[in-house]
Design a protein around this ligand. Structure first.
Ligand code: SAM
Length: 374
């Protein structure tokens, strides 16, 4: 009884503050002396990238962005990959084909080869490190399609890691509001794209994005559904070449900055504690939806190993023991080499890659890991 009375009169601690306390306790020890800088970045203005809309007739958009000193970080990385390849070729090293993971191989002599190139039609402009200029809002072309979509540029890394090849059947299991779905469409390579999200209201936002950015004939070919992603395998197992599993998570940046829809609100404690379980179930569902020989990319916008590497390790184990499916995590360290001018990466992920927010490059956090199904 005494406890009840205390609880009723206890001062309300905002969810953002609870989130910060929680992160201080867990990320402080995890990141050590890097935590104060990451913490400061999380509490400062988020940096955006402008994902260029290839469906809009926006000839002048790229020139205008470049005039303001923004650059397409993806073609910069592709150029970097190309020059590393040349250096490698001069040294007589060989590279694994990009269609199969695009990862590193090791020559018989044991020297790692340079990274394979990033093949993508996606263009995303960012301002240089330390430049905090904001993009002006996108404007419509003569057909009403918007010129670019503003998003955390690091969110494109999971899409690039998926490495969609011409005519691939692609599933975006947790798709809303649709930033990555739009990026997948910008590759121009999806043979079929299925975009699913359990939330009806968020699926409406996905429809809005599709209608603002994608011409009717292209968006009508995207199948949008609102199933619980955990049940996907029962509906369509083993049919996709590429599956993106961009799971609900503690959305660390949102949780320290916004009180609305904050997962650290006391009434959502149970939901928050159950997140790793939901993430695991969604990833397993994604693995089951993939064809043998296909790939799954798992991503979160959290720094938490419990929601990142642990989910990957557990999913690999369960896929093997319960479903007799062998998967292995691909080495994505070439992403660190290619994109280090734009993003700050953590160097201590056991599996996958993690973009750490930094005041001079305030993107992320974004964790991504690619699993190849044997
Ligand atoms: N991929 C999206 C993008 O780039 O715009 C963001 C996805 S957000 C991180 C996670 C999404 O998972 C939310 O929209 C949420 O509604 C959805 N979700 C949560 N539980 C789900 C479930 N059981 N099945 C499918 N989607 C789910």
């Amino acid at each position: 009884r005494h406890k009840e009375k205390w609880a009723a009169t206890a001062p309300r601690i905002p969810a953002t503050r609870l989130a910060l306390h929680h992160f201080d306790a867990s990320y402080g020890p995890q990141l050590g002396e890097r935590w104060p800088a990451v913490r400061a970045a999380l509490l400062c203005e988020h940096k955006y990238g402008a994902l260029l809309n290839s469906f809009a007739s926006a000839e002048h958009v790229a020139q205008e962005l470049e005039l303001h000193n923004a650059a397409d970080f993806i073609s910069e990385a592709a150029r970097k990959a190309q020059s590393l390849l040349q250096v490698g070729a001069e040294k007589g090293e060989s590279v694994s084909p990009e269609g199969h993971g695009g990862g590193r191989t090791v020559t018989p002599a044991g020297t790692p080869t340079p990274p394979a190139p990033i093949g993508s039609n996606i263009k995303c402009y960012t301002f240089p490190r330390g430049d905090i200029t904001r993009f002006r809002p996108a404007w419509p072309d003569s057909l009403g399609l918007l010129s670019y979509y503003l998003m955390d540029a690091a969110s494109l890394l999971p899409v690039l890691a998926l490495n969609v090849q011409p005519d691939d059947f692609v599933l975006d299991l947790c798709a809303a509001p649709g930033g990555k779905t739009l990026a997948l469409l910008q590759t121009g390579a999806c043979g079929h794209l299925a975009a699913n999200d359990v939330s009806i209201s968020r699926t409406k936002r996905l429809y809005q994005i599709l209608s603002s950015y994608v011409p009717k004939n292209v968006r009508e070919a995207v199948s949008v559904t609102s199933y619980d992603g955990r049940d996907w395998a029962e509906l369509e197992g083993g049919t996709f070449h590429k599956v993106l599993v961009d799971v609900p998570c503690t959305t660390d940046r949102h949780s320290v900055m916004e009180t609305d829809n904050n997962i650290f609100h006391r009434r959502r404690t149970k939901e928050r504690q159950m997140l790793p379980m939901l993430q695991l179930q969604l990833l397993i569902s994604g693995i089951l939806a993939t064809k043998p020989g296909g790939d799954v990319v798992y991503s979160t916008c959290s720094l938490s190993p419990l929601q990142n590497e642990y989910v990957i390790e557990r999913a690999i184990e369960i896929a093997e023991t319960q479903f007799n499916i062998t998967t292995h995590a691909e080495d994505l360290s070439h992403f660190r080499t290619l994109f280090q001018d734009t993003f700050s990466f953590s160097s201590d992920c056991r599996l996958g890659e993690l973009v750490l927010p930094h005041l001079t490059a305030n993107f992320g956090p974004i964790y991504f890991c690619k699993l190849h199904r044997a």
